[in-house]
Design a protein. Structure first.
Length: 122
């Protein structure tokens, strides 16, 4: 949120999180605004202390919510300065699992999200 403080420069507060660019295409089961919330939560998880971090998120617009389950800080970032994560999303369409990556670059952070592949747990 910005307002003018009587000078020629706006004063900025920290009440609005920085934008995270969402890469397309997205899984058909995931709303764009949910993907944006996932990106913001992944960025917040990365800003936490070293080690594995987790972050909850809620999208009041869609009613969806979830948790960024894994963001590993200890390992060096992967290709293109990306950090992988997993998330579970609860929405009106059910519960879905996704994998993704938060990538830092010159143009700012961006998030890529894909359906998580089912694994054989037998």
């Amino acid at each position: 949120m910005s307002y003018f403080n009587g000078g020629d420069k706006p004063a900025t507060t920290g009440s609005i999180p920085a934008a995270v660019e969402v890469e397309r295409p997205l899984p058909s089961s995931l709303a764009f605004s949910d993907a944006a919330k996932i990106g913001q939560a992944a960025k917040a998880a990365l800003a936490q202390a070293q080690g594995a971090a987790a972050e909850d998120w809620v999208n009041v617009t869609t009613g969806s919510s979830g948790t960024i389950e894994t963001v590993t800080l200890a390992d060096p970032p992967g290709p293109a300065n990306c950090r992988p994560f997993n998330t579970t999303v609860t929405s009106i369409g059910g519960v879905h699992e996704y994998s993704g990556a938060l990538c830092e670059g010159g143009a700012g952070p961006r998030v890529r999200i894909d359906e998580r592949r089912a694994t054989d747990r037998s």
